[in-house]
Design a protein around this ligand. Structure first.
Ligand SMILES: Nc1nc2c(ncn2[C@@H]2O[C@H](COP(=O)(O)OP(=O)(O)OP(=O)(O)O)[C@@H](O)[C@H]2O)c(=O)[nH]1
Ligand SMILES: [Mg+2]
Length: 443
């Protein structure tokens, strides 16, 4: 399983971790090698290009941590970027509570692993205490119903089947049957086709309309590499997938699909098939796969610790400033930059207790952050330390220098005063440092 890629990447990072000092040339060379390895693994080239640009930018711009080596820090950056490519957080199924019925619709090309995946999912769900019903809605391929029946029996899960050629009828009756018999999760196995054709799409679209599924999962064969990504894109455009099951991840796949699907379609890989047995289905964890690929789990946690320490030190420093009332516009700018670096501001606000609900929408406007930065940068160091010395003449100059207006300068100063006031209000030390360490972000 993705052994080739894993070997190459771990070699690159091993080499660079071993170096006491690394130059920007070392970084570029290493990223070049990673780029080749990813392309060879059949990762979509646009995905690779974006990966390379971001990794280079970040690796060259990174603030050096004292307690770890630059090489180790580099590994962490690559690791983070790979986790991101693989889809960031683990995405589980989104099913309704057990008192209502949920439907999982499985679709995909011929031979991709739908029928097997149906039985595998049923087992996983049963382990979680749900009561699944398998539905044989592939009425085209000879013996498809029989295949699901056998798998269902092995899994100890009831299989709903009917002697008809109309998949819509089977599905409708299956939903009724499930309701009557308290099955909380209906897993539907559908027909695969050799090619993506209109008839197939229309059939599945109508099944989707009838069943209104909580999960519409594409079962894609990892061995087809780039192809799996293209298929996912087409299916998603037509049917709005909620996720992907990447089958045959145990085979000698080069791994490309796992890296491209989320970036290209925006839809997460939720499970991987790792063998032919009905127990061979695993939840897909981007971070675990990244660790496995790089073979550098220890280094990653080491750097994470170091980063936490720095954040803590910075948070303490900030707290000291607030207590000594020396928190000034320069520190404010620092915070804004950090928040910017973290990216999604609304997500950050969600994370910080006390801020949510206290921060109006216009206060988290990224446009505004941009001119806030420009305004503060147009001030003299003295003014940044104590903005009360800024008179109306200087306000005009600052507005001009920052390409803003006096109105905006005044607004910023008011906002800063309010922010300071808010910080003062949060006098509880523990609460304060918790907030600030979150505010500190990843630096
Ligand atoms: N090694 C491995 N084999 C798998 C995996 N998933 C499915 N297979 C095999 O792939 C073949 C096709 O699997 P099916 O589940 O029948 O695929 P399908 O999509 O239902 O196929 P059609 O109904 O013909 O479209 C079978 O031989 C499975 O045993 C997997 O994760 N790993
Ligand atoms: Mg099948």
């Amino acid at each position: 399983m993705i052994d080739g890629l894993s070997k190459k990447l771990s070699d690159v990072v091993k080499t660079i971790t071993g170096k006491a000092n690394i130059s920007s040339k070392n970084i570029r060379d290493a990223i070049d090698e990673i780029k080749i390895a990813l392309l060879e693994a059949d990762v979509n080239y646009r995905v690779v290009r974006r990966f390379v640009n971001r990794a280079t930018e970040e690796a060259l711009g990174e603030k050096v941590l004292r307690t770890v080596s630059p090489g180790q820090q580099f590994v962490k950056i690559i690791y983070d970027k790979i986790v991101q490519l693989l889809g960031d957080q683990r995405q589980d199924l989104h099913l309704k509570g057990p008192d209502t019925q949920s439907v999982i619709l499985l679709l995909g090309l011929q031979g991709s692993g739908k029928t097997t995946a149906a039985a595998k999912l049923a087992i996983l769900l049963k382990k979680k205490g749900r009561n699944p019903l398998l539905v044989a809605a592939d009425l085209i391929r000879p013996a498809a119903v029989e295949q699901l029946s056998i798998l269902g029996e092995q899994a100890g899960v009831e299989v709903f089947k009917e002697n008809t050629k109309k998949s819509r009828d089977v599905v409708k009756n299956a939903l009724k049957h499930a309701k009557k018999n308290q099955f909380d999760t209906v897993i539907i196995d559908t027909t695969g086709r050799l090619q993506i054709d209109d008839i197939m799409m229309d059939e599945i679209k109508s099944l989707k309309r009838i069943t209104d599924p909580e999960e519409t999962l594409l079962v894609a064969d990892a061995m087809t590499g780039q192809n799996a990504t293209d298929i996912a894109k087409t299916f998603d455009e037509q049917l709005e997938l909620t996720g992907v099951i990447l089958s045959k991840f145990d085979s000698d796949t080069r791994g490309g699909a796992a890296f491209s699907i989320k970036s290209i379609t925006g839809k997460p890989i939720k499970f991987i098939g790792v063998g032919e047995k009905i127990t061979d289905l695993e939840p897909f964890y981007p971070d675990r796969i990244a660790s496995r690929i790089l073979g550098m789990g220890d280094v990653v946690s080491l750097v994470e610790k170091a980063q936490e320490t720095i954040q803590l030190e910075e948070a303490e420093e900030l707290q000291r400033k607030m207590e000594e009332k020396t928190f000034n516009l320069e520190d404010y700018l620092d915070q804004i930059r950090r928040v910017k670096k973290m990216g999604n501001l609304s997500a950050l606000i969600e994370m910080i207790p006390g801020l949510k609900g206290n921060v109006a929408e216009d206060q988290i406007d990224t446009e505004e952050m941009k001119y806030t930065e420009a305004i503060i940068l147009s001030m003299t160091p003295q003014e940044r330390k104590n903005h009360r010395i800024i008179g109306s003449g200087r306000k005009k100059r600052i507005a001009k220098g920052s390409g803003t207006s006096v109105y905006l300068v005044n607004r910023l100063l008011n906002k800063f005063d309010k922010a300071k006031l808010m910080m003062k209000k949060m006098t509880n030390k523990k609460y304060q440092s918790r907030i600030m360490s979150q505010f500190g972000g990843s630096s």
